[in-house]
Design a protein around this ligand. Structure first.
Ligand code: 3PY
Ligand code: MG
Length: 257
């Protein structure tokens, strides 16, 4: 069954239950199937740094639906038109990297929400099917069903955090700790575990929660994701498909030597 899959992501997050997401860089349906089959709640298909182009992302969203799970897509920087297309293809959420200003957040919403919040254009082929709703019902519900996340991963984004969170139609913010560590260290290094990144994480989680919005975070392990859920993050990824593959391979190779 592929109907009514899409609304589950927003329902789970708004219900206060943490969502644990696979992060997929390799654009292979088999990777998506294997990781969702392992029990992840959803998968983030990465079009910024991963290998997904639009056609592969559309197929990936369908692969998630066949696995009975909602899909999330990360768009390339500034490619807000792709966000609309991914929502049409049935993505339950889009994650937009490197949002640094209120104006950029508003522009993103323009592409991801129907009026009165934005100017998303009508054409929700698979989204309607995955929502389980007919034409007008889908239109009425869509702005609440699909989530829009602005990534916070620069000094400028942190400075504009209050304003970005206040933009109607921005459902949540998602921290990219690697880029944030580069920004906070002014290019001195990449250290997502740095103490100044950790301090920023507390700030993002509490400010998002204070205004009833969702905080998301890219995590590097299950233990970290669990700890960050306890600190107020709702949407948590656990490493990437490639990192998980490599770690699993290392465990087995270590067992042979
Ligand atoms: C970052 O850590 O910068 C991210 O974008 C996570 O993928
Ligand atoms: Mg990043």
């Amino acid at each position: 069954m592929t109907d009514a899959i899409l609304p589950r992501l927003a329902a789970q997050l708004r219900g206060g239950q943490p969502v644990f997401a696979a992060w997929i860089e390799t654009p292979a349906q088999a990777s998506i199937e294997a990781l969702l089959g392992a029990g992840f709640d959803t998968a983030v298909l990465d079009m910024q740094h991963g290998g997904f182009d639009m056609a592969r992302a559309v197929d990936g969203i369908a692969a998630c639906a066949l696995g009975g799970k909602p899909a999330i897509a990360r768009i390339p920087v500034g490619d807000f038109a792709s966000a609309s297309r991914l929502l049409d293809a049935g993505a339950a959420a889009v994650v937009a990297p490197m949002i640094e200003t209120v104006e950029q957040a508003r522009a993103l919403v323009g592409f991801t929400k129907y009026p009165p919040l934005g100017e998303r254009s009508w054409g929700p082929g698979r989204a309607k099917a995955f929502s389980g709703l007919g034409g007008s019902d889908y239109l009425t519900a869509a702005n609440g069903l699909h989530l829009t996340f602005a990534m916070i991963e620069t000094r400028a984004a942190l400075a504009a955090l209050d304003g970005i969170l206040a933009v109607e139609g921005i459902d949540g913010v998602f921290v990219g700790p690697s880029d944030l560590s580069i920004g906070l260290s002014r290019g001195a290094g990449v250290d997502p575990a740095a103490s100044e990144v950790d301090a920023a994480l507390s700030r993002v989680a509490s400010q998002a929660r204070a205004v009833g919005k969702i905080a998301g975070l890219f995590c590097f392990s299950g233990a970290q994701a669990k700890a960050m859920a306890a600190r107020g993050f709702g949407l948590l990824t656990i490493a990437t498909d490639l990192l998980l593959l490599q770690r699993g391979a290392r465990v087995e190779l270590d067992a042979t030597r």
